[in-house]
Design a protein around this ligand. Structure first.
Ligand SMILES: *Cc1c(COP(=O)(O)O)cnc(C)c1O
Length: 466
């Protein structure tokens, strides 16, 4: 399988190189040159497979000959064995034809585990073969950091440095990162905000000379193709669990960076019968505004009760724009360069096509809390604020009540106790048993000034072979 850039001006790469690359050299994102397509008969024959067997069938065409089939199978088996539920992604029913797929049974309690626990293994496998080393550098406002740290904990050829804004992430989220101890794991609390952290990461990717040419940076945010790839699988899993592929499903996906929902769009293109895809955003609603009015425009960042969706621009949206523009990288490049200067629109017929593919909704904090409360009162089922946004958007947007609507449950409610309290419920969500001692565990973290050269020299001094 070859991968090409959405801006049309970077070399095509194979799976291994795409795994180790962040952005393409032309500033674009990598996408598969062509998608595998599965027939209904083939998908039907996957009924009854375990999650990791299904994952192999869906992902193998993307990995191709980069990893021998048996090794890839073993890697998947190990990855999903660590999830604290036999079904890996269990489906919970809220009402007739209304479901939540729980994607938070992994080690760090958010859906990001599905991709990042695999990504660590993929990286180490490829680096071992190539006798190479990478430094992962990432900024996090919460869930990505902990999932990436957990995913790379056992990697021999990876050092990971995660920057978070000092005293500005929740205690649960901080402890999920800082209590993972290992000599390749480095938490850096920056005396600044999330944007400062992100800027330092971006600048470091742009000029890696501080590493002295002895190693290179790798990315773990959702611009990394492998993350999208792993997220396609659970759409197939939901379908097979609910009568597919002989019946189609609808999905509602809480999203900010358009990663998770883009995976659903790909599942549909790969042959899975999906009749509706709902983009569910919080007040940071650039995607909803685009879908409603064909205007792609950056607004000021809003801090909401669903912080993992607090974004100003939606990085993976570029991958959809590429398809909407007939895979013409030059058009995408021009559009996104103009988008840096101010609001942009796309040709009407392209936008109408996007509207056929997706519905959308934006849900504010009050409606988020109302939904958490309503669902708890009706079902005694506690939603986290991100999932609540998905459920609300699903209810607002659904087209056909006879089609099962599945909301992706993106995080465990215990990760976001503030939103639960805000919704007026007097219960305190409990951490699962395997994390019950989180507040007693030893933490390790370095607090650094908001200064690029301080952060870079810390990294240069602390990676394993430095
Ligand atoms: C990351 C995250 C999201 C948004 O994911 P996208 O990649 O933007 O689609 C939603 N909910 C939770 C809990 C998350 O951690």
């Amino acid at each position: 399988m070859r991968y090409i850039s959405t801006r049309g001006d970077a070399p095509a790469l194979g799976f291994e190189d795409v795994l180790l690359t962040g952005l393409a050299t032309d500033g674009g994102l990598y996408v598969p040159e062509s998608l595998p397509h599965f027939s209904i008969e083939e998908i039907r024959s996957w009924r009854g497979l375990s999650y990791s067997e299904l994952a192999f069938n869906v992902m193998h065409p993307f990995v191709d000959d980069a990893i021998p089939a048996d090794d890839f199978r073993a890697m998947l088996e190990e990855t999903y064995k660590e999830f604290a539920h036999q079904a890996v992604a269990p489906l919970v029913q809220l009402d007739t034809n209304e479901w939540v797929m729980e994607l938070f049974r992994g080690p760090t309690l958010a859906f990001k585990d599905f991709a990042l626990q695999l990504l660590g293994r993929l990286l180490d496998y490829v680096l071992e073969k190539r006798k190479q080393h990478v430094v992962i550098m990432g900024a996090t406002s919460g869930d990505t950091g902990s999932a990436a740290i957990e995913g790379c904990r056992r990697c021999e050829h990876v050092d990971i440095f995660i920057l978070h804004p000092h005293e500005r992430v929740s205690e649960v989220q901080r402890r999920q990162m800082t209590t993972v101890l290992g000599d390749n794991i480095h938490n850096i609390a920056v005396r600044g905000n999330f944007d400062d952290c992100q800027r330092m990461v971006k600048e470091s990717f742009g000029d890696q000379s501080f590493l002295g040419g002895k190693t290179q940076l790798a990315a773990v945010n959702s611009i990394n193709w492998a993350r999208i790839m792993a997220q396609i699988v659970y759409y197939f899993h939901a379908s097979l669990a609910l009568g597919g592929p002989d019946r189609s499903l609808a999905f509602s996906v809480p999203t900010g960076n358009f990663g998770d929902i883009f995976a659903g769009y790909l599942a549909k293109k790969m042959g899975l019968p999906i009749s509706q895809l709902v983009i569910a955003t919080n007040r940071n609603d650039i995607l909803h505004r685009f879908m409603s009015g064909n205007r792609y425009e950056q607004h000021q960042l809003e801090h909401t009760l669903s912080p993992s969706m607090d974004i100003m621009v939606s990085s993976n949206f570029e991958r959809l724009l590429f398809d909407l523009h007939g895979r013409d990288g030059a058009l995408v490049k021009d559009l996104l360069e103009r988008a840096q200067q101010g609001p942009v629109s796309i040709e009407d017929y392209r936008w109408r096509h996007a509207r056929k593919l997706f519905d959308s909704d934006a849900v504010d904090d009050k409606l988020t809390c109302d939904t958490i409360r309503e669902v708890f009162e009706r079902n005694e089922y506690l939603l986290d604020p991100h999932t609540a946004i998905g459920v609300r958007a699903a209810r607002n947007c659904r087209r056909d009540p006879a089609v099962p609507m599945v909301t992706l449950g993106t995080a465990h409610p215990a990760k976001f106790p503030d939103a639960i309290a805000e919704s007026g419920l007097s219960i305190k969500p409990e951490l699962p048993v395997h994390m019950a001692d989180l507040f007693e565990r030893e933490e390790r973290c370095s607090v650094l000034e908001n200064d690029l050269s301080a952060v870079q020299s810390f990294i240069a001094d602390h990676w394993k072979h430095a």
